[in-house]
Design a protein around this ligand. Structure first.
Ligand SMILES: NC(=O)c1ccc[n+]([C@@H]2O[C@H](COP(=O)([O-])OP(=O)(O)OC[C@H]3O[C@@H](n4cnc5c(N)ncnc54)[C@H](OP(=O)(O)O)[C@@H]3O)[C@@H](O)[C@H]2O)c1
Length: 313
């Protein structure tokens, strides 16, 4: 079988366990596309899986290729895959239970892919799917955010938060954003109406009568978020399921979102990007062979937008 370069783990643990090596090219299921990867973005879930934190929740077998954000070119179309042809420039957040995108090629279900935004190159397109879909499924699907509502977005300078701020503004909401002071300018550029430096100010002292909280931090941040909601408001967490009893005690609702792949939502996101309503923020671009360094940056917890691995030339 023709080999390809990929970054895999053979055991769970630290970043030193990421190996840039020759591996077999993926085989296609009938409804798959084979994508020649041009760029793959790094997400916190990558290092969480590498550390072994999601064992029991996800059924991975080792060795495993990490990375679940991809932009590239379709080079083969499975016999039952529809909607795409060889040569299409696509992007996707592939099935997290399968081998990922830190590789020269990836097999992706056609229903998980979409044509990439025409206005973005591959590096910027790869930075979109996982984070933008998470923002979409949290704010549009779970919270059903409406024009005129107020939303508090935690970690507005992060991958998910940077898309969430832009998406909320595009839907006509008022956005309160948290981040450290260094990211004030970024939050304003993305459209935030109010900025809270979480290192100096307790957000619950400032944010009041909020319709929607997007919790991207968990723990103490989630616990302190209940009190900022107005009656009937909703706390959406992408970190841990908020206790229903606590929601009921505050007279509010709660939801936990674990992102699902969706080619159709990526098509809508691509339209918004091409219309200038959203854009990815890029923290750093590294070659695939430096995936270890990319994950160390991600694990540090202060990336400003997305870290992207460039694959091939
Ligand atoms: N359930 C799901 O489907 C799902 C999907 C995507 C992501 N997630 C999870 O959601 C979390 C966020 O993901 P991400 O990709 O956005 O992460 P990220 O890009 O690594 O987030 C980094 C950002 O977090 C900010 N930050 C750190 N501590 C903060 C705090 N206490 N308050 C406010 N901002 C803070 C940092 O801003 P400063 O540098 O200014 O501090 C930095 O810009 C991760 O834990 C990820 O695993 C879950």
């Amino acid at each position: 079988m023709t080999p390809m370069k990929a970054v895999r783990i053979h055991a769970y643990g630290g970043p030193e366990l990421l190996h840039y090596e020759d591996v077999p090219r993926p085989w296609l299921k009938p409804d798959d596309l084979l994508i020649q990867v041009a760029a793959a973005a790094v997400n916190p879930v990558d290092w969480k899986i590498r550390e072994g934190y999601l064992q029991g929740f996800l059924n991975h077998r080792l060795p495993l290729i990490l990375g679940w954000d991809v932009a590239g070119t379709v080079v083969e179309v499975g016999p039952e895959a529809t909607g795409f042809q060889v040569g299409d420039a696509v992007y996707a957040r592939p099935d997290i239970e399968r081998n990922g995108s830190y590789a020269e090629f990836i097999a992706v279900k056609a229903s998980e892919a979409a044509l990439k935004p025409a206005t973005l190159d591959f590096v910027h397109a790869a930075a979109v799917p996982l984070a933008a879909l998470t923002a979409w499924q949290s704010l549009v699907d779970a919270a059903q955010l409406q024009a005129g509502q107020t939303v508090l977005i935690h970690a507005a300078a992060g991958g998910v938060g940077s898309f969430a701020v832009q998406l909320a503004k595009a839907r006509g909401a008022r956005v309160i954003a948290t981040a450290s002071a260094v990211n004030t300018g970024l939050a304003a550029e993305l459209g935030a109406d109010q900025f809270i430096d979480y290192t100096r100010t307790r957000f619950e002292d400032v944010a009041k009568d909020v319709d929607v909280v997007l919790d991207t931090i968990g723990g103490d941040t989630q616990e302190r978020s209940w009190q900022v909601l107005k009656p009937g408001g909703i706390l959406v967490s992408v970190i841990s399921p908020p206790p229903e009893a606590t929601a009921a005690a505050h007279g509010v609702r709660s939801a936990f979102v674990f992102i699902q792949p969706s080619g159709s939502q990526l098509t809508q996101i691509a339209q918004m990007i091409d219309q200038g309503q959203m854009k990815p923020v890029i923290h750093a671009v590294l070659p695939l062979s430096e995936a270890r360094q990319a994950q160390v940056i991600s694990q540090g917890g202060h990336a400003r937008g997305k870290i992207v691995l460039r694959v091939g030339d």
